[in-house]
Design a protein around this ligand. Sequence first.
Ligand code: NAI
Ligand code: MG
Length: 807
Amino acid sequence: MSSTATPSVKAIFESMEYGPAPESAELAQAWLMRHERSFGHFVGGRFVDPVDGERFATTHPGDGAELAQVAQGGAADVDAAVRAAQEALPAWQALTPFARSRHLYALARHVQKHARLLAVLEALDNGKTLRETRDIDIPLVARHFYHHAGWAQLRDSEFAGYEPVGVCGQIIPWNFPLLMLAWKVAPALAAGNTVVLKPAEFTPLTALAFAEMAAEAGLPEGVLNVVTGDGRTGAALVAHEGLAKVAFTGSTEVGRIIRQATAGRGLKLSLELGGKSPFIVFDDADLDSAVEGVVDAIWFNQGEVCCAGSRLLVQESVAAAVEEKLRARMETLREGPSLDKAMDIGAIIAPVQLDKITRLVEQCKAEGGRCYQPSWAQSVTRDGGLYFPPTLFSEVAPSSAAAQEEIFGPVIVSMTFRTPAEAVELANNTRYGLAASVWTENVNLALDVAPKLEAGVVWVNCTNVFDAASGFGGYRESGYGREGGREGMYEYLKPSWEARLEPYREAPGGVPDGAALGAGAPGGEEAIDRTAKLYIGGKQTRPDGAYSYPVLGADGVHLGEAPLGNRKDVRNAVEAARKGTAWTKATAHNRAQVLYYLAENLDARAGEFGARLRAMTGARKADAEREVAASVQRLFTYAAHADKYDGAVHATPLRNVTLAMPEPWGVMAVVCPDEAPLLAFVSLVAPALAMGNRVVSVPSPRWPLAATDLYQVLDTSDLPAGALNIVTGDRDELAAVLAKHADVAAMWYVGSAEGSTAVERESADNLKATWVNFGDRRDWFDPEQGEGREYLRRATHVKNIWVPYGE
Ligand code: NAI
Ligand code: MG
């Protein structure tokens, strides 16, 4: 970008050209030299040579220069690191919260102390601008450790009843290398876990520098281990038996692979994946601010940002004005060397990424998109660096690849809309759901639109702002789990009662297999009269296959027939739930009233339900009565919670109100165990309903009649159609269909270990959030295990809405 000869003062005055403003690379180069430009893994508090000795280069994308050789971790390296983390765990957990807090505080201090080294090293390894690493990445890293030093201190009081999960395997991408480390490592350590982290192959250096600083800061050995390498190393880490939790940020494709690889292993999993976030400009927006917003949305970090505002949606009446302003602003952007402090855009991470961007841009042109790049785009001197100019596409069709695929580069596509409703529809027309920006001077409009956007973060009149106190994470194919804030801490904790659970026992009997079925499924008229039905869309319906199965009592007596629901019935139930939006739109007060009413109506028929339970399970009278009474109480619990489990206003350090709102998933599947057939059903369905989800439920296959007897109770309790759907039949067969169903956003499964595995595995494609019991048996009568905030937390996900204030 810079010319070779030094211009005269007069010439500078006339041209008003920027001169070069380079930051010195000396500190970073000295650090690299001190390590002879060659690194092993960081395991057990020190650098160790890789077991198999293979190494590869990490380079500076701005000129291709090699910075250092790093180790390609193999299974033995991963194993050594996980063992170190396991060995460190007892002593780390034995520390007081205060002692752990001081360690996190020391990490924050060390990041600040070495801020300059880290900022330069990050800019070199990644190719991003120093302006951003110095002013954004590194300060946010320090802030993250300070914030989590606080959570460490408060863990036992703020998360009573929860405990750390154990060893965490964490895999991070190359776009914000140290910041992603901080987002992963800080909450894991604050909660009392130990960590094996694998940085991305293109950007391992700041993680290694950080690990070294952590040791220098006195972090006990083995608490934080870093294994470098590419995707193969990541896969080896995910495969390791010693992990209790996997946290991943990266592509949706690899997220799916990790979901598959971890299915059924009893791990906690959080995935932060891709995005194609909308940037919505209404006609009353401050257009100049909005244009600056676009710069921050898509040209921040070369557009290599998972939550980049990459789809510009502009209200038609101002579209021409916005485009004109945007083109003028693009002209003044500066792209070039990372360490030049006056640069806006740096280099793309690697040739493979540059190729991907180029290919998608060519495709967009071929699809008829109108491409604009600034006049200087082709004329910059790039010294062999991997640069791509800022690019704006207009006249893009909403269904085109350019509008749907994550480009992960400095390319924005623009479309227009006429009404707010159309804006919301266009914004949600994506398989992702990470973030969204809304620009309008009308607070009513902004706060009307924000809850309708299916995205984990909504920025009003701002974009790409982050803080440790506010959770971050996606909806739909952008993944699940949150990083930051209170909700981020839960990702590294588990309820203490989980460790006390007994293995699940399948009740004897249940749905007979095919052969027995033929005999037990009479198709005649009288038989149908004795057969319970499915409950779909507020109506009792016959199963699609017209099959039923016998429900036998404890003494072998034939109590009746239950419908054998199939794939088609599940689809119908999901469709009914999808349409049952009235329940989600109902006020929390309203939902509470319906749940109270349900409880009352159940209570009024307690005798009948008690008798039914006794006949099915052979329970003693007192126990059956106790189960009905507990079910009534449980409904009261969730009626009570419906308008009390609410959000927070976070104290983020900007002039900003950050609203953290728990939102229902939408359509949830709930698959129930055999034991306590009424109480377990109520315990699982009621919290999901209380939070506003529409539910497709599968009651106990062995004893389904407690649920099918509820139909009359439901009919008299004002529950809107589609809010609760009940499909009886083979638990694991129905569960597999629900897990695969793309319109089911979240799923709970309580049954066998095999069934739990299948649910996790089958959810990999559509990336629904799942909560399974891994074959453990809960005591539904114990309020600690059978009810409470864990259920409500799992029935919702948090959306953070940032609303800045001030003139
Ligand atoms: P990636 O998902 O392959 O890499 C992310 C991390 O996962 C890296 O540390 C990588 O080594 C590791 N990894 C790769 N394969 C793995 C496996 N099978 N098991 C475990 N770990 C594995 O992303 P990549 O290839 O760097 O970029 C490809 C595309 O992904 C980008 O073009 C972009 O669209 C998207 N991406 C999204 C990010 C986000 O923050 N959401 C970050 C990076 C990339
Ligand atoms: Mg590099």
